[in-house]
Design a binder for this molecule. Structure first.
Ligand code: C2O
Length: 541
């Protein structure tokens, strides 16, 4: 196994998109940021230097960080942020993981522009469990604002309303030729005829689930969230923010140019969303013809914005490649409601939401608050009292309903509450969408773990009716599950990684409103089951 050293200089960089130049935060001046490529078993040592006026942390999304929670990255959870002018070195080893993951800022809304691919190849002399592709490309889907995204969120928080929607979607940083001023800068994916090509899709968008299709080409899905899946064919894929999907395509069409197109899946029909389409070009004959004589690319067909049937069928197609040994028996049966709500605030009164806003989000009626004066992990390690409590409720404390009917207004408690898990306990968690405000999908991401998705469904989860639907044979292993709008999902994992691990909605605006909680997983027996000591350069608050 190798050790890879990287320097990440986080800095302001002028970038022009949609005819306007503004200064965005980048890593090493690149947008998207640098791709990291390693092999399973390798070690990464990444020194992050913060040359911005903001607090910065970097999260390695989907990396298990076994015993190295100090390198996980969410601000005030596993570390205090790297302050302006500060430096922190993330060190971790890839243990039994391969596939497509990514890295992104985990402080404020910096991840709008601070993200990149993290590709884990199989160990040396090992190959993929599928036809070896001739070429492979990471394809990062993003969201672009004409404004500084930090200002977008500050504006939203200070006015108490939803943030303004993005002005474009991007593919590898470029909106593509359906937007004004963007035609020349479109992302080109060069291929040759008669090849198998691996495309590694990553949804790095802040707040939007995205459909993707490729003109004329059927995709064979082979992996998701750096876990292999039983291969299946599809004309369209859908990724929620945080998710990755690897597909194989065969370049067996006439030599030409084919659109790769991405646009929003909007589960909540009442919410405004960015209805534009990002494009890239799969080019069979790259660079051979000068611009104007090139044929127009073949059109990609995308589902309607609200095509939930397609999304449900797509997510039901995911299975593990072979039967799995599902952890059992279950030690912890947890039931979490995830949803948005409104705080009451009579005229002239202060509202109870974040920064006195009206909109809020919560899990089991607790709206997660970052401690700011310490990181939770440090407070846990040094036994500092008063930073967090471990009384997060195992079940919803109030009546709930997926429709929001009969519930009244949810008045969540803003708090830093964790749920404590014994090392090695088997956890089964029902995630129930509730909808006091708008019903929409919540892509729920768990740090430090992969989990099996046993089932998904609509309505209220009903154990008597729904337990029989569990896939106990070959459920898919993932790190982010889309909890369907007005529905539920059930996941299972073994708490075998000590530390403090955030569970949250990967729509950034929802984490801002408090749609998060954290597990505190205790050490097991002996050093191999214990959290490593903190690095000496760990930033302090
Ligand atoms: Cu990719 Cu806590 O997130």
């Amino acid at each position: 196994a190798e050790v890879h050293h990287h320097d990440f200089i986080v800095q302001a960089t002028p970038v022009k998109r949609l005819c306007k130049t503004h200064s965005i935060i980048t890593v090493n001046g690149q947008f998207p940021g640098p791709n990291i490529e390693v092999r399973n078993g390798d070690t990464l040592i990444i020194t992050v230097s913060n040359r911005t006026p903001y607090n910065v942390t970097i999260h390695w999304h989907g990396i298990r960080q076994i015993r190295t929670a100090w390198a996980d990255g969410p601000e005030f959870v596993t570390q205090c942020p790297v302050k302006p002018g500060g430096i922190y070195t993330y060190r971790f080893t890839i243990e039994d993981q391969e596939g497509t993951l990514w890295w992104h800022a985990h402080s404020s809304w910096l991840r709008a522009t601070v993200y990149g691919a993290l590709i884990i190849h199989p160990k040396e002399k090992k190959s993929f469990p599928f036809l070896t592709p001739k070429r492979e490309y990471p394809i990062l889907l993003g969201e672009w604002w004409d404004q500084n995204p930090i200002d977008v969120i500050h504006e939203a928080i200070s006015t108490g309303s939803a943030p303004s929607i993005s002005d474009a979607f991007t593919i590898n940083g470029q909106p593509g030729d359906l937007y004004n001023c963007s035609s020349k800068e479109i992302t080109i994916i060069p291929v040759k005829p008669g090849e198998t090509v691996l495309l590694r899709f990553i949804n790095a968008a802040l707040n939007t689930e995205l459909f993707v299709s490729i003109a004329g080409h059927t995709m064979m899905v082979v992996a998701a969230d750096a876990s292999y899946v039983k291969p299946f064919l599809t004309a369209v894929i859908m990724l929620a923010p945080g998710q990755t999907t690897d597909v194989l395509i065969t370049t067996n069409l006439p030599i030409s140019r084919y659109y790769i197109a991405a646009r929003a899946y909007s589960s909540a029909e009442s919410l405004p969303f960015d209805n534009t389409t990002a494009t890239a070009i799969l080019d069979y004959d790259c660079g051979c013809l000068p611009g104007p004589t090139q044929p127009p690319p073949a059109q990609a067909i995308l589902p309607a914005f609200n095509d939930t049937l397609t999304v449900t069928a797509f997510s039901a197609a995911f299975k593990s490649p072979t039967p799995v040994k599902l952890p059992s028996p279950v030690d912890e049966h947890l039931f979490f409601t995830v949803g948005l709500g409104l705080f009451d605030c009579l005229p002239g009164q202060i509202c109870g939401g974040p920064n006195h806003t009206r909109l809020t989000a919560s899990i089991n009626s607790v709206s997660f608050v970052l401690p700011y004066s310490s990181s939770i992990l440090q407070a846990h390690q040094l036994a500092v009292p008063g930073i967090f409590t471990t009384d997060f409720p195992a079940k919803p404390p109030v009546e709930f309903d997926y429709t929001g009917k009969n519930v009244g207004r949810e008045q969540p408690e803003p708090a830093t509450k964790l749920y404590k898990l014994k090392f090695g306990s088997v956890v089964q968690l029902v995630l129930q969408g509730t909808s006091v405000v708008a019903a929409e999908n919540h892509p729920i991401h768990l740090h430090g773990y992969n989990f099996y998705i046993l089932a998904e469904g609509f309505g209220n989860f009903n154990p008597a009716r729904d337990t029989v639907k569990f896939n106990l044979i070959d459920p898919p292993l993932r790190n982010t599950v889309g909890v369907p709008m007005k529905g539920w999902a059930v996941i299972r994992f073994v708490a075998d990684n000590p530390g403090v691990w955030l569970l949250h909605c990967h729509l950034d605006v929802h984490i801002t409103w408090g749609l998060a909680m954290a597990f505190l997983v205790e050490d097991g027996v002996g050093v191999l089951e214990a959290l490593e000591p903190p690095p000496l350069d760990l930033p302090l608050c």
